[in-house]
Design a protein around this ligand. Structure first.
Ligand SMILES: [Zn+2]
Ligand SMILES: [Zn+2]
Ligand SMILES: [Zn+2]
Ligand SMILES: [Zn+2]
Ligand SMILES: [Zn+2]
Ligand SMILES: [Zn+2]
Length: 381
């Protein structure tokens, strides 16, 4: 047993448990008590009204009517008597819940027995705990566990969340760090068939039985109801196909972080990051899988969703990020026009002494031809 400075004496813990059960009765069934009291209240209202009616009839000299009223009211008066008996019973059960250890000596003896039975036991103002030995199931070492029982829940009918199971040397399932044991998730033990016995042991203040029961559930593996089965302890579940995969044969989606097996993962052909089916897009130009971070619009026409390979640079003006519609023969539309004008100028030079009228018509012809030539669409891929 580990000594602690702020640890209260065992007798004080026993007093607190016994007190909680017996003194103010707060461990009893408040719901039944309230229901029985309300029922009695309603019947009492009927009895009072019946009595007033009978009195009124007497005052008006209607003796026979008064007698009849009182006869009719006898059912309510009988019901009131039964209801009062039931209320008396509920109050008694509320103050001393049936089957509960209510004797301080008994509580203290239970606490001492826990200390003797379990190698490592400790307590503070609010909790009593026991440490289990190291537990191994199906060849997997799950380490030691601490069973932490809250003192407030001892002796309570239908105790819930009365205790917690904490892994001291956690070796959680690869697929869920909250699952530290096939039957423990987030500190909550799935008791299975032991639910009733554990509950009754707590209700009746049988603390040794309680700790033994929880300890034995932790030492038993039920392959029908685990949070994660032992065979999948080191495996992860693919969110896409639902199959389990070895940890080294899986990866996660960079966007939504869901776990995927090797066959369900999509990879961006630009940055090679892994994504799930829902988070990956495709390039609108080449149709290759791409992540949204690797897709950009054309810097000229604004066409959306183009991957890096489908956004080109004009070799004339070096404008980058052009779609294949805006970059033909490696030139942007501005550079194509520019080149066409230069070609025209070159052809203009030898025609220096041709009369201006002729020059104009020839010029027009050359211009149209050269533009037509340069704007012929070139397949980009
Ligand atoms: Zn899969
Ligand atoms: Zn995703
Ligand atoms: Zn990418
Ligand atoms: Zn592309
Ligand atoms: Zn474009
Ligand atoms: Zn250009």
């Amino acid at each position: 047993m580990i000594g602690q400075s702020r640890k209260p004496p065992l007798l004080r813990v026993a007093l607190r448990i016994a007190d909680g059960i017996t003194a103010d009765g707060r461990r009893g069934d408040l719901h039944s008590l309230t229901r029985d009291f309300r029922h009695m209240e309603i019947l009492w209202g009927y009895v009072c009204r019946n009595h007033e009616r009978a009195l009124k009839a007497t005052r008006h000299g209607l003796g026979r009517a008064a007698r009849e009223t009182l006869v009719v009211g006898r059912f309510d008066r009988d019901g009131l008597a039964t209801s009062l008996d039931r209320l008396r019973q509920s109050v008694a059960e509320y103050l001393h819940p049936p089957g509960v250890v209510i004797n301080l000596g008994e509580v203290l003896a239970e606490l001492q027995a826990v200390e003797e039975e379990f190698e490592s036991t400790d307590w503070d103002q609010d909790t009593l705990w026991v440490r289990t030995d190291s537990i191994e199931l199906g060849g997997i070492n799950l380490g030691r566990f601490k069973i932490k029982l809250s003192l407030d829940w001892i002796g309570v009918p239908n105790p819930e969340a009365a205790y917690e199971v904490v892994a001291l040397d956690p070796n959680p399932a690869v697929g869920d760090s909250e699952v530290t044991h096939p039957h423990v998730s987030g500190g909550h033990l799935c008791e299975g068939e032991a639910t009733g016995p554990i509950r009754h042991a707590l209700e009746q203040g049988r603390l040794v039985d309680f700790f033994h029961l929880v300890d034995s559930v932790l030492r038993t593996y039920n392959p029908h109801s685990p949070h994660i089965s032992l065979k999948d302890w080191y495996r992860v579940e693919c969110v896409s196909c639902g199959e389990s995969a070895r940890e080294d044969e899986s990866c996660s989606c960079r966007a939504c972080e869901s776990v995927l097996c090797d066959s369900c993962v999509e990879s961006c052909h630009q940055c090679s990051e892994t994504y799930c089916e829902g988070c990956i897009s495709v390039c609108r130009e080449c149709g290759e899988p791409s992540c949204s971070a690797c897709l950009d619009p054309c810097s000229d026409c604004g066409k959306e969703g183009l991957c890096g390979s489908c956004r080109m640079m004009c070799i004339g003006c070096h404008q980058e990020g052009l779609c294949c519609g805006c970059c033909k023969d490696e030139l942007c539309s501005t550079c194509i026009k520019e080149q066409a004008r230069e070609d025209d100028d070159e052809e203009d030079e030898p025609k220096a002494d041709i009369p201006s009228q002729m020059l104009l018509s020839a010029d027009a012809g050359v211009h149209t031809d050269s533009v037509a030539e340069t704007t012929v669409p070139v397949p980009c891929r």
